[in-house]
Design a binder for this molecule. Structure first.
Ligand SMILES: [Zn+2]
Length: 58
């Protein structure tokens, strides 16, 4: 089984869902972050972080 990876939208780093220390829910989707500043940046302006990351794969 492979670990499922999710992009930290704030810094662009790929992190594992299971070990992600911070997470945030926006529009029914959960997003994962490597650090508190990343989560806070995302929470302040989630829409900004949706752009440019659509369709990106690990
Ligand atoms: Zn980050």
């Amino acid at each position: 089984m492979t670990h499922q990876k999710e992009m930290d939208r704030a810094c662009g780093m790929w992190i594992e869902k299971e070990t992600a220390p911070f997470r945030s829910t926006w529009q029914g989707q959960t997003y994962y972050f490597c650090s508190k500043p990343c989560k806070e940046q995302f929470d302040q302006n989630p829409e900004r972080y949706m752009k440019g990351f659509e369709g990106r794969k690990p």
